[in-house]
Design a binder for this molecule. Structure first.
Ligand SMILES: [Zn+2]
Length: 170
């Protein structure tokens, strides 16, 4: 039995009563000691919820809170699904490993601006390597693709839409 039940409306002391009729006959409820000026009432539920009793008003609050929590969970689930890229991590990994210096994995992930930058750096590097100017370019794209490779392996690479590339399935 809940001790010291207060009126849900005015906060006054309550008086325990037994239901004389209706579906909950015999079960206890508490009425405000200021009845009939105050209609405050606390019902004891047979199937005990949360604290074993719910106040009429609080019941409504709990229901809507429960619904709200459900909605939040639903939204969170959607966000999680949306955060994950539909692109394959395996394909990105292989492209990065074998033709990463050309920006192939970045083209695959629709990261076009950086993919083009990478490809241009690689072309300049290859075209001018014979006079040594291209060497730093090739080293730069080499380091860049190595960093990308690590990002893909640890699942921290994002696609062009900012979604994490985590799926291994092709
Ligand atoms: Zn009251």
């Amino acid at each position: 039995m809940p001790e010291d039940v207060k009126c849900p409306i005015c906060g006054s002391e309550t008086i325990e009563r037994k239901a004389q009729k209706g579906p909950n006959v015999g079960s206890s409820f508490y009425v405000c000691n200021r009845y009939p000026e105050c209609k405050g009432k606390v019902e004891i539920r047979e199937e005990e919820d949360v604290d074993g009793f719910l106040v009429g008003q609080e019941e409504n609050k709990l229901v809507s809170k429960g619904e709200a929590t459900g909605i939040v969970a639903e939204e969170a689930k959607t966000i999680v699904t949306e955060e994950e890229s539909s692109k394959s991590r395996t394909i990105a990994l292989l492209l990065c490993l074998f033709v990463g210096s050309l920006g192939a994995h970045r083209f695959y992930l629709v990261k076009n601006p950086t993919a083009i930058t990478m490809l241009v750096l690689w072309i300049i590097g290859i075209a001018t390597a014979w006079i040594l100017i291209g060497i730093p370019f090739l080293i730069a794209v080499g380091i860049w693709s190595l960093i990308d490779l690590i990002l893909i392996i640890v699942g921290a690479m994002k696609d062009g839409e900012g979604k994490l590339v985590t799926r291994w399935e092709t």
